[in-house]
Design a protein around this ligand. Structure first.
Ligand code: PLP
Length: 355
């Protein structure tokens, strides 16, 4: 499919100090927009100047939340190559989310072509500073001007790009996490496995509570018994208990993270025992009391690996590994970021170059 290109009249100045990019504030010169219309399918992709999108006040996405999104990054290597990490997994997952929200399937090759073309135009926006990258946000939303509740017949697929700083300004740093025992984020049969705005809307109140208590993120428990561990706000969670790597199994209520998947594959390749199963918070507290909880870490595209320094469950505060980065967390971080920035060989063929 031909991608139309509409040139911007002026280009923005690139950020002068790449150590102060932060996350999600700055956007590049161009975005990709492709409509879907019932009967026509996805059609007429266009790369056009980044800017507001006109929407009807009745647009369905604004009322009933029929939206999905993805998040990935482009990395610049020391040889000045620009590469992506497992982008095919993102577009596969986008369609899993689409299916749950009754949004039409988007051909993954078409989506990838759209992204590659946009990145070719915007290559210079991929930061040159170690640890900084170009965050990529593909998303889809229903635009029908209609107040009835039903799946849309008109959508937009949009990709925007945002140069973002290193997640940890001064290297890996343990985070403090609060176990939420009042609110829940998702239930089995719900849409916890889909990357959709509604899951985040449901999580904000817990996040607020955690911040008030000086914890940076929430660890969610299952929505039925509030006994089993699910995941952190935008990260999956891992425990190392007595040398064994444990993570909650995928049962439909948690997001199947690509960093989670890569973590499992790496640990297995290193000959470690990795188990995906239901894990109670009580079991983790018991392992802590027995001195067997070696490490806890989160996984996600933004931070890659987030070692957990403190875990608070009701009145119990667990200090993990003396609030220090664990060996496995560090090794995973070094390996994954090493592959992403092309510093170590990509034995798994996870990276895709933007040419
Ligand atoms: C995106 C996301 C993750 C992490 O997924 P990655 O593919 O590893 O970036 C975890 N949990 C939630 C709720 C998410 O939205």
């Amino acid at each position: 499919m031909e991608i139309k290109f509409t040139k911007a009249e002026t280009l923005k100045a690139k950020p002068a100090d790449e150590t102060k990019l932060g996350f999600g504030h700055i956007f590049t010169d161009y975005m990709l927009v492709m409509p879907y219309d019932e009967g026509q399918g996805w059609h007429d992709p266009e790369i056009r100047p980044y800017g507001p999108i006109e929407l009807s006040p009745a647009a369905m996405c604004l009322h009933y939340g029929q939206t999905v999104f993805e998040g990935l990054k482009a990395y610049r290597t020391a040889e000045d190559k620009v590469q992506l990490f497992r982008p095919d997994e993102n577009f596969k997952r986008l369609n899993v989310s689409n299916q749950r929200l009754v949004i039409p399937h988007l051909d993954e090759e078409l989506a990838m072509n759209c992204l590659m073309e946009l990145l070719k135009v915007e290559k210079d926006w991929v930061p040159h500073t170690e640890g900084a990258s170009l965050y990529i946000r593909p998303y889809i939303f229903a635009v029908d001007p209609f107040l009835g509740v039903k799946p849309g017949e008109h959508y937009l697929f949009v990709i925007i790009l945002s140069p973002s700083g290193a997640y940890y300004a001064s290297g890996l740093d343990p985070v403090n996490i609060y176990v939420e025992s009042k609110y829940v984020r998702a239930v089995r049969g719900g849409m916890g496995f889909a990357k959709t705005g509604g899951n985040y809307a449901a999580s904000l109140i817990g996040q607020d509570e955690a911040h008030k208590q000086n914890y940076s993120q929430v660890l969610w428990l299952d929505g039925v018994e509030q006994k089993y561990i699910e995941e952190v706000g935008a990260m999956n969670i891992f425990f190392v208990v007595d040398g064994e790597v444990l993570t909650p199994m995928l049962q439909g209520s948690i997001l199947p993270g690509i960093t989670r998947k890569s973590t499992i594959e790496l640990c297995k390749s290193w000959g470690m025992k990795v188990t995906e199963r239901r894990i109670t918070i009580q079991e983790i507290a018991d392992a802590y009391d027995a001195g067997k909880l070696d490490e806890v870490f989160g996984t996600g595209t933004a931070a890659v690996i987030s070692p957990v320094g403190h875990l608070k469950w009701n009145d119990k505060v667990m200090e993990i590994n003396n609030n220090k980065i664990g060996k496995i967390s560090q090794k995973l971080y070094d390996t994954m970021t090493g592959i992403q920035w092309g510093k170590i060989p990509d034995e798994f063929n996870w990276t895709v170059e933007v040419k």
